[in-house]
Design a protein around this ligand. Structure first.
Ligand SMILES: O=C(O)[C@H](O)[C@@H](O)[C@H](O)[C@H](O)COP(=O)(O)O
Length: 255
């Protein structure tokens, strides 16, 4: 299935559509088990706050206590460090949720910060336990993976040309030479991202247009975001503002 692209003039409209889309995925998921979501860092978190917390109609229908939130990628720093994706999620989203309901959030084990490999292994262990995966050849199936897209076409901490793009067996991998600082991170791998029921990208601003042009028009370049567009088994949707797809040959969908 080709990706759906939802594009709007204003950022507020992007957030409104994003909220509706996420709500419909929550509603159609099996409510007898946790709603399993992975989030990235970057501007995505602000968009999520606007979509899921500040929009009161959507906010009243988000069943936070059933949400299990994992990280699509996380930087190997203390959880209260300015670079932590968990820290960003907490400051810019979790702390704004009204009422007492909170999601369960699975952070990295920061007692292992010196050992990137051990952190990734531990995160994978938690993931596999929670997804009831008994043998390591099975791959977790997220209900929803929420992603950003970097100016080089990276997504998660899967960077163009990096050997991690070829990872086929692990669900979680570590990287110590990320071209985007900080260099030490963990990331979900393509087998997991491409196995999700739904993948949603959020990309806004004219600065994204040149890379979105390559992602959508030259998938043969093999940029990480193109790999998701072409290989994901589930539904892939992009929520963008018009400047981000200015001059990009994409079929726009309406929501
Ligand atoms: O840990 C990270 O560095 C982020 O998760 C990163 O992968 C981000 O999602 C993209 O760089 C897009 O970021 P923007 O949406 O802020 O451009």
């Amino acid at each position: 299935m080709p990706p759906s692209v939802y594009s709007y003039p204003e950022s507020s409209q992007v957030a409104a559509a994003l909220g509706k889309h996420i709500l419909s995925i929550q509603e159609s998921s099996n409510s007898s088990q946790p709603f399993r979501v992975a989030v990235s860092g970057g501007s995505l978190i602000n968009a999520l706050r606007k979509a899921l917390v500040e929009d009161s109609e959507i906010a009243s229908q988000i069943n936070w206590s059933n949400w299990a939130i994992y990280f699509s990628d996380e930087r190997l720093v203390e959880l209260d460090h300015a670079d932590s994706n968990y820290g960003l999620l907490k400051r810019d989203l979790l702390d704004h949720i009204k009422g007492t309901e909170q999601p369960t959030v699975y952070t990295i084990d920061s007692s292992l910060l010196d050992n990137a490999s051990a952190i990734a292994e531990k995160y994978q262990e938690v993931l596999h336990k929670n997804f009831n995966i008994k043998n390591d050849s099975s791959i977790p199936i997220f209900d929803l993976i929420l992603l950003g897209c970097g100016p080089d076409g990276h997504t998660c901490s899967l960077f163009p040309g990096h050997s991690l793009l070829k990872e086929e067996s692990k669900s979680v991998a570590f990287i110590e030479d990320s071209p985007k600082p900080p260099p030490r991170r963990i990331t979900l791998t393509f087998p997991v991202v491409n196995n999700a029921k739904n993948v949603v990208f959020v990309a806004e601003g004219a600065g994204k247009a040149p890379i979105l042009k390559i992602i959508f028009e030259q998938p043969e370049e093999g940029l990480p975001s193109s790999i998701v567009n072409t290989k994901a088994k589930g539904a892939v949707s992009w929520f963008v503002n018009d400047p981000a797809v200015e001059g990009v040959n994409v079929q726009k969908s309406l929501l």
